[in-house]
Design a protein around this ligand. Structure first.
Ligand code: CIR
Length: 256
């Protein structure tokens, strides 16, 4: 089964994004370039057939452009998550109202459970949930319980080094999985055709399948060639300013 998405929700970056959380050591993002790259991202989504809903920026939360983390949009319901870091907790407020335009059933992850949807990878009716510094077992178990009500399933994958599960693994549909580092030998992913991302291109492990096309971050030629060889049309995107904040292509939107 291959999914088709028709809508995406993004949040415009706020000037405070330059103070967002980071472990990247790549310097401070340039806000002008952040805005340009974000606009290019929106246009790429539109090119892939999406109607893109652009939420206004929220200066209270520097990392709020990484909207993927605060909600999970499944085929059956939407789930508002509970970020695992204090500075991002409030980003979820207001998401119920946004999502209620599109979903009848909206669920929530509650404390002490934490979950960021960067840790959730959907593969047909199953989700893989990374147990990370941001997503705890309680949050993952709540999510699995919620999904069960809608006929969906979930399982957990403990993370070792990456921020989020999808920092190191991306599902490209047709049973193809882009994998890097700790996920190359991960038994949970044995059923997939693995496309290996070399360690020196690890950022490109967060590439984004959208309705048949794959968005790939600019500057990672080995990974790009491998994805191309697997038969996918590609859009290369410069997201250097988001990389400085540990954010990748998937983090910038909710797609459903
Ligand atoms: C954070 O550390 O929360 C942000 N600077 C980056 C979030 C990236 N989100 C994602 O991988 N889904």
């Amino acid at each position: 089964m291959v999914r088709t998405f028709t809508r995406a929700i993004v949040r415009k970056p706020c000037p405070e994004i330059v103070h967002g959380i980071t472990s990247a050591n790549l310097g401070k993002p340039d806000f002008g370039r952040v805005m340009e790259q974000h606009q290019d991202y929106v246009e790429a989504l539109e090119q892939c057939g999406f109607r893109v809903i652009v939420l206004i920026s929220d200066s209270r939360f520097p990392d709020s452009a990484f909207i993927e983390d605060v909600a999970l949009c499944t085929s059956a319901c939407a789930i508002i998550t509970n970020p695992g870091v204090v500075s991002r907790k409030g980003e979820k407020d207001g998401m119920r109202e946004v999502l209620s335009e599109f979903y009848q059933d909206i669920e929530e992850i509650r404390s002490p459970g934490t979950l960021e949807a960067g840790d959730v990878m959907m593969v047909d009716a199953h989700v893989y949930i990374g147990i990370s510094k941001r997503t705890n077992r309680d949050g993952a178990e709540q999510l699995i319980g919620i999904l069960d009500k809608y006929g969906l399933t979930g399982s957990t994958v403990p993370l070792k080094t990456v921020l989020h599960l999808k920092t190191g693994v991306s599902y490209l549909e047709q049973n193809n999985l882009l994998v890097c580092g700790e996920f190359i030998d991960c038994k949970d992913f044995d059923p997939f055709n693995r496309i290996e991302v070399p360690a020196y291109e690890s950022y490109a492990a967060n590439s984004l399948w959208i309705n048949g096309t794959v968005l790939v971050p600019k500057g990672f030629p080995v990974t790009l060639a491998k994805i191309e060889k697997a038969g996918y049309p590609i859009i290369e995107m410069d997201v250097s300013e988001f990389q400085k904040l540990d954010g990748g292509l998937s983090c910038l939107s909710l797609r459903f």
